[in-house]
Design a binder for this molecule. Structure first.
Ligand SMILES: NC(=O)c1ccc[n+]([C@@H]2O[C@H](COP(=O)([O-])OP(=O)(O)OC[C@H]3O[C@@H](n4cnc5c(N)ncnc54)[C@H](O)[C@@H]3O)[C@@H](O)[C@H]2O)c1
Length: 269
């Protein structure tokens, strides 16, 4: 999907961080945007900002972990826009507690937002994309969906689920010859949005600027890329290291700061 002019793009978590920036960048290219966030003030602010582009933009409040709310908001967006060409499943959350301190309810909430919320939107919109044999589904996962990290067990589990879902869906679309519908799975390392405030970066792994991440994601799905790894060298490098004996990989993660990176985490209050 090289040309975004006139395309309808739904972005979840558009009230802050990379979701907000992606809304700006796709609108710069002439795309209409249906913006969703749980935070009413934040999504209204992004709508105001994007409006200046003379594209159609709507903002809706929705907790993506609530299946009925998702169905309602999708019905409204279909009425407003007719169809959705690109779904960007971006909204996400992180708690940052040890498995021993997390309650089952907290772990389920992480899964309900980071995984199930994305499934609800995909399920509600993929049928129309298949009927047109055209569309893109962008799943914002994480490098934590490729490598498990301490103090992030619920988050990593939700992101591993997202990566597995994205990979299976992409192959399934190919199997059934729905080749016009693309899936892009995004696996970034730490981005400076504030979601991971207090995280101590690993050696030789500088934090990614939100603007760079958002631009790379937009470029990635426009080019129909199956993966956007950020930064690519670091993520693919870490995946190669997984081929080493586990004890050596664990040791390398530990000496580069992986086991203590979350010790100073505060996150969003
Ligand atoms: N920031 C990072 O370091 C980082 C790294 C890897 C992956 N990611 C992923 O990128 C995505 C965006 O992260 P970000 O850094 O821009 O986060 P952010 O906190 O800056 O923005 C996330 C937005 O999602 C919204 N949101 C949260 N829960 C919601 C819900 N239940 N329903 C609707 N909206 C909800 C928030 O209100 C917020 O506006 C997330 O999926 C995150 O897991 C972030």
């Amino acid at each position: 999907m090289k040309n975004l002019a006139g395309k309808n793009i739904l972005i979840t978590g558009a009230g802050a961080g990379i979701g907000r920036l992606m809304a700006h960048y796709v609108a710069d290219e002439g795309a209409n945007t249906a913006l969703i966030d749980i935070n009413s003030e934040a999504v209204a602010k992004t709508v105001e900002e994007v409006k200046s582009r003379k594209v159609k933009v709507t903002g809706d409040v929705c907790d993506i972990s609530n299946r009925e709310s998702v169905m309602d908001v999708v019905a409204k967006i279909k009425q407003d826009f007719g169809s959705v060409d690109v779904l960007i499943n971006n909204a996400g959350t992180v708690i940052g507690k040890s498995f021993f301190d997390l309650t089952i309810d907290q772990m389920q909430r992480t899964m309900n937002i980071n995984y199930w919320g994305h499934i609800y939107f995909t399920k509600a919109l993929i049928g129309d994309m298949i009927a047109r044999n055209s569309g893109a589904i962008v799943n914002v996962a994480s490098s934590s969906g490729l490598i498990g990290m301490p103090i992030l067990s619920d988050y990593c589990a939700s992101k591993f689920a997202e990566v597995g879902f994205s990979e299976s869906l992409r192959r399934e679309l190919k199997k059934f010859k729905h080749t016009g519908v693309k899936v892009t799975c995004v696996c970034p390392y730490i981005i400076d949005t504030g979601l991971f405030k207090g995280f101590k970066p690993l050696s030789m792994n500088p934090v990614i600027k939100a603007e760079d991440a958002a631009r790379a994601i937009v470029k990635g799905f426009k080019n129909g890329k199956p993966y956007v790894m950020l930064p690519p060298f670091s993520i693919y490098g870490s995946m190669m290291l997984k081929l080493l004996p586990t004890s050596i990989f664990d040791w390398m993660l530990s000496i580069t700061g992986g086991s203590s990176a979350m010790d100073s985490f505060t996150g969003r209050k």
